[in-house]
Structures are given as structure tokens and as C-alpha cells.
Design a protein around this ligand. Structure first.
Ligand code: OAD
Length: 231
């Protein structure tokens, strides 16, 4: 079976009812990154950060996968599929995708905020009650924080992602503005023979060095077009 790798971003979950970050009305128009998504934000006001991600988690728990997530899962019948997602939601998993690598963490998990253990042998805790609150602690007594990669933090799954992209025969980039690095660089780890497709209703700037077939549609329509193109 050919290796098909999907690199997804917020746009794949948009039709489920989760806001993207950089579209008009997106999350980064409503919140300042520096106040909710950096280690400094946590230091300055961790309760505000907890509130922000508690709202994100509530939203994720209220919505369902859309047809694009299901179509991606369906590809496993014909391809060896790996999904690399920048999304912190679990909609790919709920739609049935088996190999999902989260680059920026998972909102349904918490971890210790102890800076000494951060990114080394991390333990993850399910957020059973749907919220992380002040006073919720890990086994070592440190306040729990969301399992989310913030701006300025390393991306622990990056090298695994680079390896997966390097083996792709087909790479599908879907619903990402490719504004955030190092995720946006992953395209360059594809081998020269890899066929690259990009689904997005808006213009996404990709280097002219790469031969990318653009499908300028929303995720759900774009997945139908993509599957027809594969036939
Ligand atoms: P962005 O908000 O930057 O980009 C979303 C992309 O989805 C845009 O290119 C939109 O045109 C596209 N889009 C909108 N609606 C769509 C639809 N129905 N179908 C398909 N595409 C659609 O989101 P990401 O690229 O995922 O990181 O952002 C990357 C990272 O920036 C996120 O993981 C997050 C954010 O800050 C962290 O918080 C660390």
C-alpha cells in the first residue's frame, strides 16, 4: 500500500464548529496570543490561561467530526495513512483515524506545570470533569496545565512527523494557513517523487519550489475532489 500522509490544521475542524485562528473572526482576533498561549502568559495569569483552554475543551466536547474527518479515516481502506495534525481536538480519532500524531498537544489531556519536567518523560492526565481548575495537581503536587504546545515551546513530536512525511508517497495538506513553524516546514521533508495536494478555500502561500496541486475548496467538498483525483 502507498503511504498517504495528511497534515491538517484548524480548517479541517471549521465545519464542525471549531473556530480557526487566523480567519476573520478567528481566535487570534478575539484573544492575544501573548495573554493565553505562551509560557509567559501562564506565569502572568495561569487562571486566565486555564479559562481559555477550558472554553476550547468545552467547544471540542460539544461538536462532532465532519465529513472531511470521516473521508480522511476512509482513506485507510486503500492507503497506509498517517495523520499529522496541528489541532488539539480529537475529531480525527473520533472519525476513526487510527494513526494520529498531534504536533501541538491534545486538549483532553493535562500535564504538570513543573518547568523541570516539562518535555521530559511527561505524564498525561485525562481531564475527566472537562475542566482544569486552580488547585488541580499532578502526582508531584504541581498545578496541572493543558497538554498544549505554546508559542516559544519546543514541539516534541516534530522529529517523528519529519520521518513520517519523508516516507509519504502522497501528502495531503488540509485546512492550515501554514503560518506556524516548525509545522509549516514539514512539506519540505517530502521526497521529490511525493505528490502533494493542498485543500483550502482561501489562498495559502506555498513555495514555488514545491509542485503542489491546489484544491481551493472547503474541507468537506475538497476531500471529495481529492478522492476523485486519486482514482
Ligand atoms: P489557521 O487559523 O492559521 O489557518 C486555518 C486555515 O484553514 C486557513 O488557511 C483557512 O483558509 C482554512 N479554512 C477555513 N475554513 C476552512 C474549511 N471549511 N475547510 C478547509 N479549510 C478552511 O490555523 P492553523 O494553520 O491550523 O497553534 O494554525 C496553526 C497553529 O496556529 C495552530 O495549531 C495553533 C495556532 O496558533 C498553537 O496554538 C500552538
Amino acid at each position: 500500500m502507498e503511504n498517504l500522509v495528511v497534515l491538517s490544521g484548524a480548517g479541517v475542524s471549521a465545519e464542525s464548529g471549531i473556530s480557526t485562528f487566523r480567519d476573520s473572526g478567528g481566535l487570534w482576533e478575539q484573544y492575544r496570543i501573548e495573554e493565553v498561549a505562551t509560557p509567559e502568559a501562564w506565569e502572568a495569569n495561569f487562571e486566565l490561561v486555564l479559562d481559555f483552554y477550558n472554553m476550547r475543551r468545552k467547544n471540542v466536547l460539544e461538536v462532532q467530526p465532519n465529513q472531511a474527518h470521516y473521508e480522511i479515516a476512509e482513506l485507510e481502506k486503500e492507503y497506509n495513512v498517517h495523520v499529522i495534525t496541528q489541532n488539539i481536538d480529537d475529531l480525527h480519532e473520533r472519525a476513526g483515524s487510527k494513526n494520529v500524531l498531534h504536533l501541538h498537544g491534545e486538549i483532553l489531556l493535562a500535564k504538570s506545570s513543573n518547568p523541570a519536567t516539562l518535555h521530559v518523560n511527561e505524564d498525561y492526565y485525562p481531564v475527566d470533569k472537562g475542566l482544569i481548575e486552580k488547585g488541580d495537581t499532578c502526582s508531584n503536587g504541581f498545578q496541572l496545565r493543558p497538554h498544549v504546545v505554546w508559542f516559544g515551546e519546543p514541539v516534541p513530536n516534530l522529529s517523528i512527523a519529519e520521518e513520517i512525511v519523508g516516507k509519504a508517497d502522497i501528502l495531503l495538506v488540509i485546512g492550515t494557513s501554514l503560518n506556524v513553524y516548525p509545522a509549516a516546514n514539514l512539506l519540505y521533508f517530502s521526497k521529490p517523487s511525493c505528490k502533494i495536494y493542498l485543500i483550502d478555500p482561501n489562498q495559502v502561500n506555498v513555495s514555488h519550489d514545491l509542485d503542489v496541486k491546489i484544491i481551493r475548496e472547503k474541507a468537506t467538498d475538497g476531500m471529495k475532489t481529492f478522492r476523485n483525483l486519486l482514482k
